[in-house]
Design a protein around this ligand. Structure first.
Ligand SMILES: Nc1ncnc2c1ncn2[C@@H]1O[C@H](COP(=O)(O)OP(=O)(O)OP(=O)(O)O)[C@@H](O)[C@H]1O
Ligand SMILES: [Mg+2]
Length: 277
């Protein structure tokens, strides 16, 4: 199957009609072409600081713009603030000061009850896969559509296409425990992808994987990015960041210390500040 064709296929969200206004409210109101022309950042951090209640600031004065279609690797030592930055994007945490904007829209203005609609713009991938253990690969992906009330025939049409993209069509009926770690992460990525998000945020997605499986995950994220989805990858993995060879944003104790296009991640020691060249 043609991967480009499959992922570009328009998936019209089927939702409770009573809530349709809420959803359209969060749809980006201008075309993708226009986005490129006007270069509205898909994500913008404007003087953002985040302090959890019991400690030092996790992020301090973050100013960052990410354009639609970018692939950004977010690097830094353990505790540097990578996950916190991703949580602010997903609106799982809120800034202590400053503003986070998605497509020019202040996330603080989104009502709590509308957050699920906002979050549909963002696919999430985590180190520990977060698959439902009693559901097969197929069912785990289908479930993401079921919760939005997709008709069964559309689910039966779309899930095999996504399984093919992540090269797991032969493992559709396997439970997570019957899949390798790499395969489980492919399922998790398929689940993130099936809702056609504008952006994927991946928090250390290769952390539990052997080097070969990890490379497979990065290749898949690159492929998804080439088809237009913005990708933000938080990772410690120097070799993978260097393989990606795209924009690298380095955090050190909550501050951005470097932001380079086609960057390299030069320090391997997780306890030392990350540097890029
Ligand atoms: N829920 C929380 N409550 C209090 N402090 C937190 C919380 N989450 C994170 N922190 C603190 O915020 C800082 C940044 O943590 P964060 O998880 O963002 O780092 P990270 O770069 O993702 O680290 P790692 O590479 O280990 O995942 C750390 O000092 C951490 O202890
Ligand atoms: Mg983290």
């Amino acid at each position: 199957m043609d991967i480009a064709k499959a992922t570009k296929k328009k998936v019209v969200p089927t939702i409770d009609p009573m809530r349709e206004e809420d959803v359209t409210d969060f749809e980006v109101s201008y075309s993708e072409e226009l986005q490129e022309e006007s270069a509205v950042p898909i994500i913008r951090f404007d003087s953002v600081s985040k302090a959890y209640s019991n400690g030092d600031p996790a992020l301090e004065n973050i100013n960052l713009s990410i354009l639609p279609g970018e692939f950004v690797s977010l690097v830094g030592a353990s505790g540097a603030g990578k996950s916190t930055l991703l949580k602010l994007i997903y609106s799982e945490e809120v800034p202590t000061t400053g503003t986070v904007l998605f497509n020019g829209r202040d996330l603080a203005a989104i009502k709590r009850k509308h957050l699920p609609y906002y979050r549909r713009n963002i696919g999430t991938v985590f180190q520990d896969f977060k698959l439902l253990p009693q559901k097969t690969a197929f069912e785990n992906i289908a479930y993401a559509l079921e919760v939005y009330g997709k008709p069964t025939e559309e689910i039966l049409d779309e899930v095999p296409q996504i399984l093919e993209i992540v090269e797991l069509e032969n493992k559709a009926n396997n439970l997570p425990k019957q899949l390798s770690g790499g395969e489980q992460q492919h399922v998790a990525i398929a689940r993130a992808l099936i809702l056609q998000p504008k952006m994927i945020i991946a928090d250390e997605p290769t952390g539990n994987l052997d080097p070969v499986s990890a490379e497979g995950i990065i290749d898949l994220l690159l492929e998804i990015n080439q088809l237009g989805t913005t990708v933000i990858l938080a990772t410690h993995n120097q070799a993978l960041v260097n393989k990606v060879g795209r924009r690298v944003v380095a955090l050190d104790r909550g501050r951005i210390v470097s932001d380079v296009m086609e960057g390299q991640y030069v320090f391997t020691d997780r306890r030392r500040p990350a540097k890029t060249v």
